[in-house]
Design a protein. Structure first.
Length: 438
């Protein structure tokens, strides 16, 4: 976790204090259930909650000091609680194993992190819809392979991003549900020393579902899918960041990051206004994706349990969620304040002498009876003249002067094929698909 790329609410989820609070709740709720079953005295559960409800300060340093001797984190925690609660604490952890606590607590933390990330995506979706509607009919050039293709609108670009992040939200909701499972099944997951009723009780209290088969650990395919989902979201962030970076290039300059008063772009060149936020997002996306492969490799544990996954998750749990939380918030800020230049978009759209309308002429020629091969040849030979002139020549004028073209199409028919509005006639339909009927 890097403080520079961290936000307090997400960071708080991964503090030792929060982790130990969850551990205590797992143990106390389990003791409640054991008391109801008559396995332990009800006084034992009452003693745990009585101590807890006095709002004790979790002494992380004291727990760490015990662990330095025991070399076991859960035992260190249980010892610290027993030192504070007294004799009744001996009934805590009856029939449980360390993974019951560790895996269930991680499920709670990942669910908490998911809730923040879902809220982050909701904030981004709100901004994307606003910017999409703002520029719904703002014409701009669509590019394929980085080369001018045909007209689109900037609003369509934003609508596409909105649809993508709506899918990401659905994926994250599903991943949250998949990873939020509880395992209180004891050694090797057989419930030999603890009743499944205890697991169900703890799951209900913590807002989790019961893990059907936990083999002492919760199966790591769940976690792999969770982190893979974070990786997909990060890739969507990078896609948007890359788009902004390209649009901000001096030669394009159709949009750019907001440049605040007093901001400096370069220590050497005072004129610079660099896309530093989206470049940063590109790097952060790489980091989040970097945690996906270790999560996938964690799936293959030995038999019913080993701890080769443990050290990995101590890294990737906090780092992936904290980084993605920061990146989503930063992207939302970028898109909220993105400076858009419609006049520059129009200038770029018209830069290449009408080449962007070539397909319409091609189709018109085929509909007029010219073979597709000849139609393509006629349009292309005129288009290449425009291309070689760097847009100084006009495709429309060249076509009107080409006798082979005018033999099939009238001047009026050629001119009609250069109508920009033709390309935008289904924008309303696309917006209705993305945002619903207005």
């Amino acid at each position: 976790m890097v403080p520079r790329y961290s936000r307090p609410d997400m960071t708080a989820i991964w503090t030792p204090e929060n982790r130990f609070r969850i551990w205590f709740e797992i143990e106390a709720h389990a003791t409640d259930a054991l008391a109801e079953l008559g396995v332990v005295p009800k006084e034992a559960a009452a003693a745990l909650w009585a101590w807890w409800n006095t709002n004790p300060v979790i002494d992380v340093a004291a727990i760490d000091a015990i662990e330095a001797v025991t070399k076991h984190d859960v035992i260190a925690f249980l010892t610290w609680v027993a030192d504070n609660v007294g004799d009744q604490a001996r009934f805590m952890h009856q029939g449980m194993t360390s993974s019951d606590v560790l895996d269930t607590a991680l499920a709670v933390q990942l669910a908490q992190a998911s809730d923040l990330l879902i809220a982050d995506i909701d904030a981004l979706l709100f901004v994307l819809e606003r910017r999409a509607r703002e520029h719904k009919m703002t014409p701009t050039i669509g590019r394929s392979h980085g080369i001018h293709a045909e007209p689109v609108t900037f609003g369509l670009k934003m609508a596409q991003a909105h649809a993508e992040f709506a899918r990401n939200r659905a994926r994250l909701v599903a991943a949250r549900e998949d990873v939020a499972t509880c395992a209180i099944s004891g050694a090797v997951g057989t419930f030999a020393n603890i009743d499944p009723v205890v697991e169900a009780h703890v799951a209900e209290k913590l807002g989790l579902t019961v893990e059907p088969v936990s083999t002492q650990v919760i199966p790591r395919d769940r976690h792999a899918m969770f982190f893979a989902t974070l990786g997909v979201i990060a890739s969507s962030i990078e896609r948007m960041a890359t788009e902004v970076r390209h649009l901000q290039r001096t030669e394009v300059l159709e949009a750019e990051e907001f440049f605040s008063p007093g901001q400096k772009g370069s220590s050497a060149m005072p004129h610079k206004r660099n896309p530093v936020l989206t470049e940063n997002l590109t790097g952060l996306a790489r980091m989040v994706r970097g945690y996906v492969t270790p999560a996938l490799e964690n799936v293959a544990l030995w038999h019913e349990r080993d701890i080769s996954h443990s050290s990995v998750e101590r890294y990737i749990g906090p780092d992936a969620t904290i980084t993605l939380d920061f990146a989503l918030q930063r992207l939302t800020g970028v898109m909220d304040k993105l400076v858009v230049y419609p006049a520059r978009m129009e200038k770029n759209l018209n830069k290449m002498g009408g080449l962007v309308h070539s397909q319409r002429v091609l189709l018109a020629l085929t509909q007029a009876g010219v073979s597709r091969e000849d139609s393509y040849r006629l349009v292309q030979r005129n288009a290449m003249k425009v291309w070689d002139s760097d847009g100084a020549l006009s495709l429309m004028e060249l076509l009107k002067a080409d006798p082979e073209v005018t033999a099939a199409l009238s001047v009026a028919e050629i001119e009609d094929k250069f109508d920009l509005g033709y390309h935008l006639k289904h924008v309303d339909t696309i917006f209705a698909r993305v945002f619903g009927q207005a």
